[in-house]
Design a protein around this ligand. Structure first.
Ligand SMILES: NC(=O)c1ccc[n+]([C@@H]2O[C@H](COP(=O)([O-])OP(=O)(O)OC[C@H]3O[C@@H](n4cnc5c(N)ncnc54)[C@H](O)[C@@H]3O)[C@@H](O)[C@H]2O)c1
Length: 476
């Protein structure tokens, strides 16, 4: 395939070299004449292990050329890959000047072409850029939802690391392809031809998810470095070998280095996480160490708890049901359960809260557990209902804190269901609930706190902010 690559920095040069190795014909485009001259002469534009040979080979085979004329490159190729720089702006935003110039130019050239020209955004951009910057520049005449129809734009973010860029190109963690529909579309053949060879499966996702994923990965990597460094500093202050401690820490692939605790949903709680975190912060403070990351985790959790409480509508519906109270299903441990704190807050605000939790019998709650609940929900037994039917009958608003298929089925079958707020963000069950009432646009009967895909595991705590979506916007 003949492909033009805009931006001949690290990403553009590596992409050019690797695509040419795959026998694609590459035209490099840059605004810097020196980079264009180098590539046109068969020389790499960046220093990177193994790249000189790849570029020289491709050049010798006539598979690489370069130009400053972007229009000519678009007209001569079937697809353009955008790899221009998106440096930090003054306010921490990204400076999209180069991207805007590039897509304007590509759009103008595309209007001169009869055949389809696929535009592949590879630069790192904020979520929404394809929809708000790229597509409007390519099609200034299209407006509203029509803009996304049959779009030639896909987002294929790059995950390479400098220093091992070529190896990373051929062995990416995954290849995601953002498209307007979130599914393979009319661009699939081109994308498959260019990137299908480096992965067993291309993951098609909505445009914004592909854009955001790259930044989220880097955000998480940064978080890991900061975490390891804070633990290292705390370890040193306590005469503990931080390197050895973290080496052991990463051996736990069940909970530490794993998908556990990484789904958006409820705040964390329970008898261990808040307590032990407070202890670490306290030890640091006694040692005169400032550990802002660890220090801010509890306030982040509190902010998330507040978001959960804010989801309860202030529209006169005062009878609230909660399906669960203990911090985990199958236990009666109420200590620092975020659900207890949600219930306490709502009771304090005057809501009539009833709770159904099979695991809890007030007569069996003892010790610290009893003290905790007496302090937060003094008359718990009067709040507990004996079964699901009683909970449903009571609820004008039902807060779902557990995956409970039976409850979901019961609600779905109701003629006049309560307003449902899914704090667990458990996609499959929530989706089932939504699908059970297609086309019901009468009122926001179901308001759903919606998160990322659930894999069935139930003990994850670390979760990002979900969205509230009414059934009317999700019936498709
Ligand atoms: N460097 C990395 O490790 C890496 C990894 C993954 C993603 N990314 C992302 O990929 C993008 C490119 O990164 P990079 O490190 O290759 O940047 P870079 O600064 O090395 O290269 C960008 C190139 O774009 C060129 N350019 C600027 N305006 C242009 C225009 N209007 N037309 C054509 N070319 C133009 C510049 O002259 C430069 O050669 C960025 O969004 C970056 O965040 C970088």
């Amino acid at each position: 395939m003949k492909v033009s690559i805009f931006g001949l920095g690290y990403v553009g040069c590596v992409t050019a070299a690797c695509l040419a190795k795959g026998k694609h014909e590459v035209i490099g485009v840059d605004v810097m004449a020196s980079k264009v001259e180098r590539l046109a002469a068969g020389k790499a534009t960046v220093v990177e292990t193994g790249i000189d040979d790849l570029i020289a080979e491709a050049h010798a085979q006539g598979l690489i050329s370069a130009t400053e004329d972007g229009r000519e490159a678009v007209l001569a190729s079937q697809a353009s890959i955008i790899c221009v720089g998106t440096p930090s702006g003054l306010l921490g935003d990204l400076d999209l000047t180069a991207l805007r110039q590039t897509v304007r130019l590509i759009g103008q050239a595309m209007r001169e072409k009869a055949e389809r020209h696929v535009v592949i955004l590879r630069s790192t951009v904020p979520a929404g850029t394809a929809e708000e910057v790229v597509i409007p520049a390519l099609h200034p005449d299209r407006h509203g939802p029509d803009r996304l129809q049959n779009s030639e734009v896909v987002v294929v973010p790059e995950f390479l690391r400098e220093g091992s860029a070529i190896a990373d190109y051929y062995n990416p963690p995954f290849v995601v392809v953002g498209s307007a529909t979130g599914q393979p579309d009319d661009n699939a053949e081109v994308v498959e031809a260019l990137f299908g060879g480096v992965t067993e499966q291309l993951h098609w996702v909505p445009l914004r998810q592909a854009e955001m994923l790259k930044a989220v990965c880097n955000g998480f990597h940064a978080l890991k470095v900061a975490f390891a460094n804070e633990i290292g500093a705390l370890s040193a202050s306590l005469s503990v070998d931080g390197q050895s401690l973290m080496a052991r820490f990463v051996e736990d692939r069940k909970l530490n280095i794993s998908p556990a605790y990484l789904r958006p949903g409820l705040p964390f709680g329970g008898s261990c996480l808040p307590k032990d975190l407070r202890m670490l912060v306290q030890q640091a403070s006694r040692a005169g160490l400032d550990l802002p990351l660890l220090r801010s985790v509890l306030s982040s959790n509190e902010a998330h708890l507040k978001r959960a409480i804010d989801l309860v509508p202030r529209n006169g519906r005062s009878r609230i049901g909660l399906n669960g109270l203990a911090f985990k299903v199958g236990t009666d441990d109420l200590r620092e359960s975020p659900i207890v704190l949600i219930a306490e807050h709502l009771i304090g605000k005057g809501y009539d809260v009833k709770i159904y939790d099979q695991g809890i019998q007030t007569s069996l709650i003892t010790g610290a557990n009893r003290e905790f609940i007496r302090h937060h929900i003094p008359h718990l037994s009067s709040r507990l209902v004996k079964d699901m039917d009683e909970l449903i009958a009571h609820s004008e608003v039902l807060l779902l804190t557990r995956d409970d298929e039976e409850l979901f089925d019961r609600i779905a079958a109701l003629e006049k269901p309560p307003l449902v707020v899914d704090l667990r963000a458990s996609n499959p069950l929530t989706k089932k609930l939504l699908q059970s009432r297609p086309g019901d646009n009468s009122e926001q009967d179901f308001s759903v706190w919606f998160g990322d895909s659930a894999d069935g595991s139930s003990d994850d705590y670390l979760r990002a902010r979900p969205l509230v979506i009414p059934i009317s916007s999700t019936s498709n």
